[in-house]
Design a binder for this molecule. Structure first.
Ligand SMILES: Nc1ncnc2c1ncn2[C@@H]1O[C@H](COP(=O)(O)OP(=O)(O)OP(=O)(O)O)[C@@H](O)[C@H]1O
Ligand SMILES: [Mg+2]
Length: 390
């Protein structure tokens, strides 16, 4: 059997297949175990970690690893920062989840709302999978419960025939449920949550007696996310709004922090797929600078540029950097170059509006060209303008 080189995709399934994207509680199982072993602060009922432990999990712990036993061996585990740029927001989110209101994370696309909700659920309940994905077609059944029709016909409505929704399961086990893109659902579907969030119980009228009411276990709460670009599609009722604390997640404002994030996440994504590519700092810097210029409509030198209609988010910057690095690995010489960035940039910029191409071309003609006079990476970037064609 051939052993595939580290740089080429393997047609042979690995001996122990791993899922493509494990949930946060699996990815960070060792970090969660380390924090649990060191967490001496009181844990609220139903919580796997204290609020301080949850904060440390999301924001990281400085000053070396935590010693603990992992899989029978003594190890030191570093708690990495995962959500960057707004520690106070994370603290407010944790405090909200200690109370009786749900948490609604709103913001522009790609500001890590879903990531933050997943990290919160993983740290608080040890499970981030009790998630409803909101769409225009989400039904009441998907929010509450449905039935196994074979059992329903055979036995009638019994607890055995009931198929719980993720929200139902979270209430039953006292865990955090997640509701992604809640404002994409019809208002009447969203309003199913009003009584659940205020009374913390769910009625199942088909079941008689005590079985007909599910009281939420301690530790239950809801983290929902909503994209500002979708707001207004189905405006949320004021009754439901009152049952949530809103937290706005802003795009990363610090360019250095964004550069660090893009570098680390690109390396992590490449590491997961076993691809080795050299990613020079100046090329990643060029990519992040381009995203910043186009996002703000103004360059560091003060030149005004036309903003594309799409959100040039940090998540998009990571996606472009990862794709460009893969391009370099599989079709280049294993070294990320400005040309790879230019090739991948086009798809990101033209996502919302194909008419944005002239804006990008103008950015290359004015800003990239001028910078290319004094910087080699920017000159190579400008030479790659030929890729900006549809
Ligand atoms: N402040 C931040 N800290 C860490 N990662 C961030 C931050 N801002 C953006 N990211 C990037 O965003 C990615 C996660 O994006 P996520 O899908 O959670 O965004 P979202 O706000 O839910 O977007 P959408 O509204 O499109 O659903 C992270 O993997 C990371 O690359
Ligand atoms: Mg999201």
């Amino acid at each position: 059997m051939n052993t595939p080189s580290e740089n080429s995709p393997s047609p042979i399934p690995p001996a122990r297949p791993r899922s493509m994207r494990p949930p946060a509680e699996v990815t960070y199982a060792e970090e969660l175990a380390a924090l649990a072993a060191h967490d001496s602060h009181p844990r609220p009922p139903g919580w796997q970690l204290s609020p301080r432990g949850v904060r440390q999990f999301i924001l990281g712990v400085e000053g070396g690893g935590l010693e603990h036993a992992w899989q029978g061996k003594p190890v030191q585990t570093v708690i990495t920062p995962k959500f960057l740029g707004d520690d106070a927001l994370v603290e407010r989110c944790i405090v909200t989840l200690l109370g009786h209101r749900g948490l609604l994370l709103v913001g522009e696309p790609g500001t890590a709302k879903s990531m933050l909700s997943e990290l919160l659920a993983a740290a608080i309940s040890g499970c981030s999978l009790l998630t409803i994905q909101g769409t225009a077609g989400t039904t009441d059944d998907q929010v509450k419960y449905s039935w196994n029709y074979a059992l329903l016909l055979a036995e009638g409505p019994t607890p055995r025939a009931l198929v719980p929704s993720p929200l139902y399961s979270a209430m039953k086990s006292g865990a955090i449920a997640r509701f992604e893109e809640i404002t994409r659902c019809q208002p009447e579907i969203q309003d199913t949550l009003v009584s659940i969030l205020s009374e913390k119980c769910l009625h199942v009228p088909e079941l008689a007696g005590a079985e007909g009411v599910l009281f939420a276990g301690r530790g239950f709460n809801l983290v929902a996310t909503a994209n500002l670009r979708d707001r207004g599609v189905h405006e949320m009722s004021s009754a439901l709004k009152r049952r949530f604390n809103f937290e706005t997640v802003a795009p990363l404002a610090d360019r250095e922090l964004e550069l660090r994030l893009v570098r680390d996440q690109t390396a992590a994504l490449l590491g997961e797929s076993g691809v080795r590519v050299e990613c020079p700092a100046e090329v990643l810097e060029l990519l992040v600078t381009t995203f910043n210029d186009l996002r703000h409509g103004r360059t560091g030198e003060g030149t005004v540029v036309d903003k594309p209609s799409t959100v040039m988010s940090t998540a998009e910057a990571v996606a472009v950097s990862h794709a460009a690095a893969l391009d370099a690995a599989y079709f280049g010489r294993g070294r990320l170059e400005p040309g790879h960035v230019a090739r991948q940039l086009l798809g990101a910029v033209l996502k919302d509006n194909p008419d944005d191409l002239p804006k990008l071309a103008h950015y290359f003609d004015v800003v990239v060209k001028a910078r290319g006079k004094t910087s080699q990476p920017w000159r190579q970037f400008h030479e790659a303008k030929k890729w900006l064609r549809r």
